[in-house]
Design a protein. Sequence first.
Lengths: 203, 203
Amino acid sequence: MTPPPSSDAPGGRPLRADARRNRIRILTAAEAVFAEKGPDASTEEVAARAGVAIGTVFRHFPTKDDLLAAIMKDLRQRLAEQADQLSENGDPATALFTFFTSLVEQAAATRTVVDLLARTGNEIEPGGPIRELEQALSRLLIRAQQAGAIRPQIRVTEVIALLTAACQGVLSGAWSEDLRHRTLEIIFNGMRVNSATHNTPQD
Amino acid sequence: MTPPPSSDAPGGRPLRADARRNRIRILTAAEAVFAEKGPDASTEEVAARAGVAIGTVFRHFPTKDDLLAAIMKDLRQRLAEQADQLSENGDPATALFTFFTSLVEQAAATRTVVDLLARTGNEIEPGGPIRELEQALSRLLIRAQQAGAIRPQIRVTEVIALLTAACQGVLSGAWSEDLRHRTLEIIFNGMRVNSATHNTPQD
DNA sequence: TGACAACATGAGTGGAGACTCATATTTTGC
DNA sequence: GCAAAATATGAGTCTCCACTCATGTTGTCA
């Protein structure tokens, strides 16, 4: 269902053949394990799934966090591509909502998506690596706003916030498909132009 | 800022004076520690904060989970009261939105609120103890719907889902106050009657 | 006030998981 | 084929944490 992870040579000279092969095995295993059990899954489990000794995992990724980061990078690229593909054709608002829905759907099946988005909020350093996703989302949003379907005052930041929130929620709450639809519908309604313009309490 | 936790005699006969005092100390400490560091904080830290030996904590709460549960119970009651108080006066829609906002605000400062809501989604056993909060929220919602301010097809479940999501999001993303307002505004807009009635993609 | 039950203490146990390192194996350039 | 370098192995270390228990202390009630 997902393409094999990039074998991404690290800094220095080219990897030995077996090393390159193991690196891919480890990334693939980690992707599966973390998607299933979340970032608290043990490195040992990843090693077992990859058919590799624990030491090998730590040779390729000196820290568990490095391993997590590598996976996030792949995921981020995949999602950004997905967004760009959607923004190329079809109704702009539909494209945005479809992407949004798709992400939440993936989050329901895959913890990694949630963890990625959770990190997105924190790593707002300019030029940070997460920007690709943000920019792809931005293109979707702006196109929908130019088409007059989405309220113009909404910024990418809010969309990301809502996306993060929805994905987190879908994870922690074990939402049914019906609940997911109804909840997203409310959020989408809040983004459409023909919504009210009332103010929040005490504003 | 928060009232002392209920001293809640456990099952059997009345507690000895020192035991009753320690129980309260432990609950107070646990409330502070878990609010600050989340449910992963160590029991040892709670004991230290309470000025009590680790064994004493485990005498009162045989399991770390029992301690967590006791705190959640207090929190739940406090929040439900807060909701009921709001539902007694003022504009119905404003009351709902104020409660919503207040919860998110508290979540930004206190991890326990998030953890409580996360549990709310899962413990849907009928007659479960979390129902108090759900019912209080329900009263707020229905009143606002009867006033014609909130779309009638929205159910409590969706509101809880949105609430959970927003609180989770505010925790994981470190949202600024501005972002919090703008994001909640979108959600509230989606709940108001004069919103669009479009459908989600592929519906 | 004494005696006993209730309670407090905190060093200790067991388990889990991140990370290391001495040793064995494999790849590669010659 | 053959070193030498790169890599793989996995038992072992270290740290953290939930939970226990033998021993000491305190409240209560007659």
